[in-house]
Write a protein that binds this ligand. Sequence first.
Ligand code: CMX
Length: 423
Amino acid sequence: MSLLKLKLEEKIPQWKEEASNLIKSKGTSKISDVTVSQTYGGMRGIRAFVCDTSSVSADTGLIIRDHPLLEITHLLPEEVFILLLSGDLPTETEVADLQEQYKKYAHVPKYVWDVLKSMPEDSHPMAMFNTGILAMQRESVFAKKYAEGMLKDDYWKYCLEDGINLLAKLPGLAAGVYRIHFNKGEPIEYDSELDWAENFVHMIGIEDPTGNFKKLMQIYFMLHCDHEGGNVSAFAAYTVASALSDPYYAVSAGLNGLAGPLHGLANQACLKFVLDVLDHFKAVPSKEELTQFSWDRLNSGQVIPGYGHAVLRCPDPRFTAFMKFGKNHIHDDDVFDTVKLLFDVVPPILQEQGKAKNPWPNVDAASGSLLYYYGLKEFEFYTVLFSVSRAMGMVAQMVINRALGIPITRPKSVTYAWLKSNT
Ligand code: CMX
């Protein structure tokens, strides 16, 4: 049995007892009121369910299990997954144990490549990635065990098994989507000597003479891992998994939400915006030129991608971490210099325009410029990378939810007529 599973076996009875005691002692305490505006406003700010893997505070950003993000950016993706799921910073032995399992399950079945190769050439890489995940649904141990009549107390164990099997394959699936979609040759097999992020760099087949692309991918996969429970992708996965759809279905559902331009697709839109700027001015523009360009975009009814957030009211610490990486490793690069200039120019414009509640950059504002620098220039692919990482948070959340016996999601909708006559 994996060390992570053993650790969870120890912790879960305690988590269940804590939750049950809380429900007994405070079950009728109110934590939110819902207004009419919120029913028409994306349910923004309604506290309605529990997610312990991470939380997002408006003025600090992402906090993973009590650790503010900027204090743990050195963690490997494998380490952050164990932290999300168990609440503990892992030991070296625990990390090695998870890496062993990833290696055991990393092989992507051939039928997945057959399916992806048969898709039309203009299929979006996110559609290919999510199709690849769905194609592998037949591998689900959770679904098989459920059909055989597994006990409710065992749901989390098979959810974890599926989750680890799936996470193990995602770097290879992502790299394969890249190679097939952009005609880079056949998918490359994983290398059992390499860790999860290193394997992605190996399998995508982009040269990394300095080793810094590998470092970028380690931090990239770490930073995007989770963002509490209410964002579109996490909440979609939460809802689908609550119907006891297995992790293949639920992760794919969540990632379909991540493919939206207001959510994870913003990173491709953001790099495209930066390239449009450079194409328009044929060089890094002056502050004045970029100000006018940004105003023109806003006045034409388009958003500035990579800026604003539904919860954050400060520069996103994930953006800060990417900027630090860029400033340490990238010098005299027009794309990255434009990203830096946008950080000076956009917040005051959004403040002056007065619509966006948060004028600051989010995670998507800088990440693309770094990928671009290291040779991953096909920005249509960027949300796939976000997905590889965000699947960790989804899996961690759904394992915990099954362990706690969270029932099927079913909030109550109301009609316009009901609202009118009851408020
Ligand atoms: N550029 C222009 N206008 C913006 C804006 C931006 N970056 N951010 C918000 N606004 C506008 C909204 O479109 C909205 O306008 P309308 O009233 O005309 O509809 C108004 O400001 C109020 O929006 P808000 O309450 O501040 O923001 P929301 O919670 O509704 O939406 C978000 C949040 C992220 C969707 C929005 O800020 C946005 O569209 N940003 C650009 C896209 C982006 O970067 N998304 C990535 C988010 C991170 C992620 O999930 O990956």
